[in-house]
Design a binder for this molecule. Sequence first.
Ligand code: MTE
Length: 289
Amino acid sequence: MKLSWSDVTPEALFLNRRSFIASLGVAAAAPALAAVEKPNSFEQITNYNNFYEFGFSKTDPADNAGQLTTDPWAVEIGGLVDRPGSYSVADLAPANAVEERIYRLRCVEAWSMVIPWLGVPLAGVLEKAGVQPGAKFVAFETLYRPEEMPEQRRRSMDWPYREGLRLDEAMHPLTILATGLYGKPMPNQNGAPIRLVVPWKYGFKSIKSIVKITLTDRQPVTTWQAMQPREYGFYANVNPQVDHPRWSQATERRIGAGLLGGRQETLMFNGYGDQVAQLYAGMDLARDY
Ligand code: MTE
């Protein structure tokens, strides 16, 4: 059975996950990866965003991203791969391979959400492209299209937005390319049509609206690290013990918790330590922040 976007499931039905998954035909292969907390609402997830290409306030992406053309879309995969080329979103994330992953998202600004993504493991995409033995890192780039991305017409940042992962992080089963959320195609403000989600790292690593994936033997230059290296590292693993120079990372504000909700403790690796801590064995995470 194929996943059909015309078969949009209302949010209320989502809470009945089994029938929701059955109705969409989404492969339910990884239920253990779900966060146990209640997901944020579709309203919250799509109206409180960081997508600086559309402006710097939290509501700018919802206000301005509607104009982004996301179809047709091509992702160029290149560098140290056997099969470089231009891939469509359907090539990378065919409907019958799309899985649901409910993950916490912890922004470096100390707010968080729980988001029910749809996507495919990045590992499968890279395996299909054929990773060559010399590859050690994966670099990602967002679309550069100033006609449709108003903040790119200003020199407020060094566009396009760039991110990167070590190859073992990219191949980790928790790392996905997401193409939707809440059973719907990815809203533009969340990074349509295809974005990265790395749930144990600060949200800025989860680059949106990807057009380029490059396998390389060198650690790539990433947007935030290049801009403020003292404040934002290449690794950016969620770590309550390593504070941002200007604020504590010990606690976070869950969006939607309300004024009386209070702050909650931030978990090492955003709570995914059992799955990912071994990637960093022997590393000093205060130095490699
Ligand atoms: N990707 C691009 N291209 N541009 C951005 O400004 N912001 C990052 C990340 N990916 C950003 C981006 C930051 S800081 C966060 S916290 C997450 O996207 C936010 O994802 P969300 O808006 O879907 O919650």
